[in-house]
Ligand binder design. Structure first.
Ligand code: FA5
Length: 340
């Protein structure tokens, strides 16, 4: 009996090695485990054996081994079939586990993190702030009283309760001054909204990053130093910028910091409205009224603030010609930032 089982075991192993599909595995199962199969034939042979118990144990362990190996081979075949189907799947099949593509960060997130790292290394904290704010935070606390003509520069979307979608990250200045007092160094990135027509460099929903530094003896030189450091770190080289006077009721003096258009190299194109320059980061020394409203002692402290156009910075850094691509949701465009 023992010799016969050893012989069958060898034959089974050889046949299993050759069985490459479900049909041949099934044939093998019938040949060994079927009603008239080898195991049944061994059982019949028990009649003629003296030590029935030992022989029965041998037959059982052979049967268990055959069953286990057949199950293992069947499962391996099924797994291979599913994997092949997933790889070459043409039709939707809810039972298949689809291969998942890795996502990627949005370019605004990438550029925001870079700027955050630069300012963090210079001792700035990063603050988060609401997108829905009150008229006071967005305008009045920034020295823009009701009916002031400067309100015309930033039309927005109003809610029934009188609140509004913030037009600029400056809307957080007052709350942050009240939260920390002086001295302070903080940046606060955020989404802004404006009710205006869109074009290659204007969106109705875009990102800014506000920065504020308040302390004793803070001057325009500090402001220029921080702006230059941030831009050269983000672009990894010196970039051409120009500083010109700019009017914002919440700073005095105020400046417009423009960047040479990286899309056309300064020749003029739709991305820079054919001027060769793109308004990127208005800034200035914080107006005493704004400091006072924020609870800062204006006899002791002064400070600067800037409002970096993050979405425009991403345009310049990555050479994106049309700002509207960022909100397009087009994976074809956005997946290009995967490797950055
Ligand atoms: C402001 O929003 C001021 N709060 C900035 C500021 C902060 C000035 C602190 C002084 C001190 P402005 O409206 O220019 O300013 O917008 C700032 C930047 O945001 C622009 O230079 C531009 O880069 C970006 N920006 C403004 N409007 C849009 C828009 N519609 N689409 C995309 N980017 C915009």
């Amino acid at each position: 009996m023992k010799e016969r089982i050893e012989q069958l075991s060898g034959e089974f192993a050889a046949a299993l090695g050759k069985a490459t599909d479900a049909k041949s595995l099934e044939e093998l199962r019938i040949e060994y485990l079927g009603k008239k199969g080898h195991v049944a034939e061994l059982m019949k042979g028990l009649r003629d054996v003296a030590d029935k118990k030992a022989a029965g144990q041998l037959i059982n362990s052979f049967k268990t081994e055959v069953e286990a190996k057949l199950t293992e081979a069947t499962e391996a075949l099924e797994r291979a079939a599913v994997e092949a189907q997933v790889r070459g799947a043409k039709k939707y099949n809810p039972s298949l586990i689809a291969e998942r593509e890795l996502g990627s960060y949005h370019p605004i997130t990438l550029v925001s993190r870079e700027v955050e790292a630069v300012f963090e290394s210079m001792g700035f904290t990063i603050e988060d702030y609401a997108e829905i704010v009150g008229d006071y935070e967005c305008f009045e606390a920034l020295n823009i009283p009701k009916h002031h003509p400067a309100r015309d520069m930033q039309d927005t979307y109003y809610l029934d309760n009188g609140q509004l979608l913030k037009t600029h990250t400056s809307a957080a200045q007052n709350a942050i001054m009240k939260k920390y007092g002086a001295p302070l160094r903080a940046i606060f990135p955020g989404r802004c909204f404006r009710n205006e027509s869109t074009d290659a460099c204007h969106e109705n929903t875009f990102f800014q990053m506000e920065g504020m530094m308040i302390g004793e003896d803070i001057s325009i030189s500090n402001l220029i130093y921080f702006m230059k450091t941030m831009l050269s770190e983000v672009f990894n080289r010196d970039v051409k910028v120009r500083l010109r006077p700019g009017f914002f009721p919440f700073v005095e003096p105020g400046f417009e910091l423009d960047i040479n258009c990286e899309i056309c190299g300064g020749k003029g194109c739709p991305s820079c409205k054919n001027s060769g320059w793109l308004e990127l980061c208005p800034c200035g020394m914080i107006h005493p009224n704004v400091l006072r409203d924020g609870g800062i002692d204006i006899e002791k402290y002064s400070g600067f603030a800037f409002g970096l156009g993050l979405t425009r910075l991403a345009m310049m850094k990555y050479g994106v010609k049309d700002i509207r691509d960022f909100n397009s949701g087009s994976l074809r465009a956005l997946s290009q930032f995967k490797s950055l």
